[in-house]
Design a protein around this ligand. Sequence first.
Ligand SMILES: NC(=O)C1=CN([C@@H]2O[C@H](COP(=O)(O)OP(=O)(O)OC[C@H]3O[C@@H](n4cnc5c(N)ncnc54)[C@H](OP(=O)(O)O)[C@@H]3O)[C@@H](O)[C@H]2O)C=CC1
Ligand SMILES: N[C@@H](C[C@H]1CC(C(=O)O)=NO1)C(=O)O
Length: 320
Amino acid sequence: PMTIRAAIVGYGNLGKSVEKLIRAQPDMDLVGIFSRRSELGTDTPVFPAASAADHAQDIDVLFLCLGSATDIPEQAPGYARHFTTVDTYDNHHLIPDHYATMDAAARQGGNVAMISTGWDPGLFSLNRTLASALFPDAQQNTFWGKGLSQGHSDAVRRVPGVRRGVQYTIPNEEAIVEAKAGRGAEISATSAHVRECYVVADEADHAAIREAITTMPDYFAPYDTTVHFISDEVFERDHQGMPHGGHVVTSGDLGGSRSSVEFVLELESNPDFTAASQVAYGRAAARLKAEGKTGAFTVLEVAPYLLSPVALEELIRRDV
Ligand SMILES: NC(=O)C1=CN([C@@H]2O[C@H](COP(=O)(O)OP(=O)(O)OC[C@H]3O[C@@H](n4cnc5c(N)ncnc54)[C@H](OP(=O)(O)O)[C@@H]3O)[C@@H](O)[C@H]2O)C=CC1
Ligand SMILES: N[C@@H](C[C@H]1CC(C(=O)O)=NO1)C(=O)O
């Protein structure tokens, strides 16, 4: 099997987790990290993000660990022209647009662009498609949290005046019980979750920041959203962990019998788990590229064995 030469762009929560997990792979070497900053406090080689294209010949797969709110739309197509890329783009409403843009960019460079990996989108997408395909009339609901959404936290941090920010997603627990019992038809993501933001910012900016967050399309406008302003000390004390998790609950009738399917995640670290998914899909992206494939792929189009460092023959013996 090939040794995959990997690199990272964007050394934030996700980038640090991807670095840690690439090091744990038997078939991957970490070539370097591309960053806007020069001092990252890691012994991995660091290069200016602007110089990434100069290194394209040394890299089989580039992990885009950028924010989805603005970085990915602005930067990802440029990387896809020079590299096979893997991203965790999670603004669901705009994923079809992202797919088309990345497909064109990747094909231009003869590369693969593996998009929207992670857990939602990502593993939850896989389970939503798999579970709903089993039932003629599936009832399906997705729940997240209670936990820290990195995508929503990134979106909060991009609001002018926000110095530090996080967002917690809180599900209505009764809604989860109802969905598990097959009574989820009236339950929607926006009715079943509230969003709580914690922000450090100057008092003079509070009103404008609250308005910008609560009216933000896709991320917050459809939800009951609350913005709390806190001090830097309280932020430091109370908002360091990034746990998360969720459920995809699917049920229905199968010609007279009822069945239900539940896919549950409990994550001590959202970045670490997201990185685990992104790294596995990075393996698949490098293999698809090596097979001569080009263009964009979502997790729905990737055969599961491509995710594993274990040979297919062994997987058939072990897992089938
Ligand atoms: N699909 C899924 O299940 C999941 C998806 N995600 C996605 O991962 C994304 C990244 O999350 P996270 O790592 O927590 O975000 P961070 O804010 O911690 O990191 C983003 C990184 O992007 C780089 N960057 C590039 N341009 C800019 C810019 N203009 N301003 C700020 N940073 C910039 C920075 O790296 P540097 O300074 O080194 O250049 C920064 O550290 C989220 O936005 C979310 O959409 C996260 C979890 C789950
Ligand atoms: N993409 C999410 C992963 C899950 C969490 C989530 C939410 O809390 O709204 N939606 O999808 C993230 O960035 O953490």
